[in-house]
Structure formats: C-alpha cells, structure tokens
Unconditional design. Structure first.
Length: 350
C-alpha cells in the first residue's frame, strides 16, 4: 500500500506529536528514517504513550502551543519542513462543551496559524490537515457521508473541525494555487489501539476497568461509529502526503474509515473487547445524562480507495486483537517501543 522508504531523509513536521495518534505517527516516521520535528503541548495523559514510545531523543520535540504563531513560525524557519502533518487539536467532544472557547482557539486559530506558516515557507511541498469524521452535518442516516456532503458539526469540537476544514479550503484557494504546495484534508473515523489513555473514550475506559478489575460502564451502547486501528489513518495520512508530494493533482479532501462491516455499535465493540480480554471482564449500560453526541455515523471512503488504491488492513476484530496484545504487554512490563515497532511492521507488511 505504501513504500515508507520515501520518507528516508525527508524533513517532516508533525503537530500534536505527543498525543495518541501523533506518537504512532512519529514512531512510524522515525522508523522510516525521516527527520522529524514535533510541535505540541506536553503529553495530554498520565500515563502517556509518548514517553513509552522512546522517541523524544530521536526527533526534534518542541513543546509549545499551536495558538502561538510567533513560536510556530520560528520552528518552521529552523526546521524547514518539506512535509507538514497537522494533528494538534482539542480532540474530545465532551471537553468541548466544558471549554468551547479553548476548543475553537486551538482547532480553528491553530489551523490558521499552521496554514499561515505553510504560506510563508516555500520549503513545504506537501501539507495535510487532519480533521474528523464529525465535520459533516449529521442527519443520523444509515449510509456513509461523502466528501461533498455539507460541513456543519453539531458540538463545539465537531463544529470547530468543520471550521478548520473551511480555513484550509480558503488558504488553498487564496494562496496555494501556484502549485508550490499540495494541500489536502483527511476526515478520519474513531481510532482505537494500544496507548490511548484519553478520558471519555470507550477503549481507554475498557482498559482502565480491566486494570482495576471493575465492570466497564458504557453510556450509550447503541451509538454506531467507524472504529479503526490507529495505524489505518496514520498510514493513510502518510500515503496522502507522499502521493500528493509526487503528484499535486492528487490533493483533495479524503474520508479515512473502515469498511461498512466494521462500523459497529459501541456495545458490540465492548462485547468483542470483553471476549478477547477474558478474565471475567463485564460491561454494564449506565447512561450519565451527558450532552448531545451523534448516534449514527459512517463514512464513505470510495474516493480514497479509487484515488490511491487504498483498502482497510485490519478489521475491527483484528484491531481489538492488537489493542489487547499491546495492553497486556504493557501490563506485563514489556518494552513498548518494541511492541509498537512490531505492530507497525506487521501492519505495513500485510
């Protein structure tokens, strides 16, 4: 699906590199021989995957706020990236209800800042803004959203990501029409995998329950989501930035999600996790009266498949196998960097 040797010696800047998806991204790029600069806040969780991945001394890790344009501009000038992958965000729906202003500042003005730095630095040849499957106006219908559907996320997180898309579209139309840089956005579904310790995400909740030998509490077992292993979008993002680097005609807006058969309810996902984990783990349905969240969400990824020949590598069942494998290795005190490298090689090799 992708030849990672393309990235050997390439200068790549990844924002949000200390997060869950960012850490998997940087571990993959470093393994491919890229010169990686990361720009992010401190790791958002304790424990955190970034420390476990043992990559800080293998890259240029800059701890700073995406809202700080002066600092971001300085990092661009010093690192001179050829490829920019923008992951930095306030990513939690429920947190966006608690801190809407911070969410908009980070997700909208952070995108303005990264686009402005791309505009001002001719070294950049390929830029990808990663948003979310939740950018679409959600009509709770049963078929997958396509890239030409209206953008209008409901909650502050989803809406701020819709705005992030529009900011990118505007910069692309206003400043990037000279073919100097290829610009795309990627709208990815829900990710699972080893090392996610975030609050208000179902698999981290499962892991915490398993660790504490408690029942897993699910607040909405009937919500349907496009669940996929974290390496699915990570490799898809790398595929997009590589292919558009080599052929600017491939730039565009792409959904990144699993096949329809792997769009499952939260209850089904947890039931599979419980079966794979064993040890008498159970779950209970306990609604906590939280704010509105979409009940039904799928993506149509035909465009990504047709343009790049992309296809899903691991089913949702296999994704859970790898998540359980990673987590039990962590519980057993194994070297997590080695576990990550092994899973990356298995994924790319398959």
């Amino acid at each position: 699906m992708i030849d990672l040797s393309f990235f050997k010696g390439k200068k790549v800047l990844v924002t949000g590199h200390t997060g869950f998806k960012g850490t998997w991204m940087c571990r993959t790029l470093i393994g491919a021989g890229a010169e990686v600069t990361g720009y992010s806040l401190e790791p958002p969780t304790d424990p955190n995957l970034f420390a476990m991945a043992e990559i800080e001394d293998k890259m240029n890790s800059v701890i700073a706020d995406i809202r700080d344009l002066d600092k971001l501009s300085e990092v661009f000038r010093e690192s001179a990236p050829e490829i920019v992958i923008h992951l930095a965000a306030q990513p939690i729906v429920r947190d966006s209800y608690k801190e809407p202003v911070y969410t908009y500042e980070t997700n909208v003005m952070g995108t303005v800042n990264i686009c402005e730095c791309v505009r001002q630095n001719d070294c950049v040849k390929s830029f990808l803004n990663v948003t979310t499957d939740k950018v679409y106006e959600n009509r709770e219908w049963e078929w997958g959203y396509r890239e030409n559907e209206p953008l209008d996320g409901y909650d502050p997180y989803s809406n701020s990501k819709s705005c992030s898309e529009l900011v990118t579209h505007s910069y692309k139309n206003s400043f990037f029409t000279d073919d100097r840089v290829a610009v795309s956005t990627a709208r990815a579904g829900n990710v699972i995998g080893g090392g996610d310790f975030a609050n208000d995400r179902i698999i981290p909740d499962c892991v915490r329950a398993a660790e504490q030998k408690k029942d897993i509490i699910i607040r909405n077992p009937f919500s349907t989501r496009p669940y996929q292993h974290v390496l699915e979008p990570v490799i898809a993002y790398l595929m997009i930035v590589k292919e558009q680097y080599e052929n600017h005609e491939l730039q565009g807006y792409y959904n990144v999600g699993p096949d329809e058969v792997d769009c499952v309810t939260t209850g089904d996902l947890v039931e599979m996790f419980v079966e794979k984990w064993g040890e008498g783990l159970k779950w209970i349905d306990q609604y906590d009266g939280g704010p509105h969240e979409a009940g039904f969400l799928k993506l149509d990824c035909s465009k990504l498949k047709k343009t790049f020949g992309w296809k899903t590598t691991w089913s949702v069942s296999e994704a859970l196998d790898k998540t359980v494998e990673w987590t039990k290795a962590w519980f057993a005190g194994e070297n997590i960097a080695d576990v990550m490298d092994r899973q990356i090689q298995e994924f790319v090799g398959k």
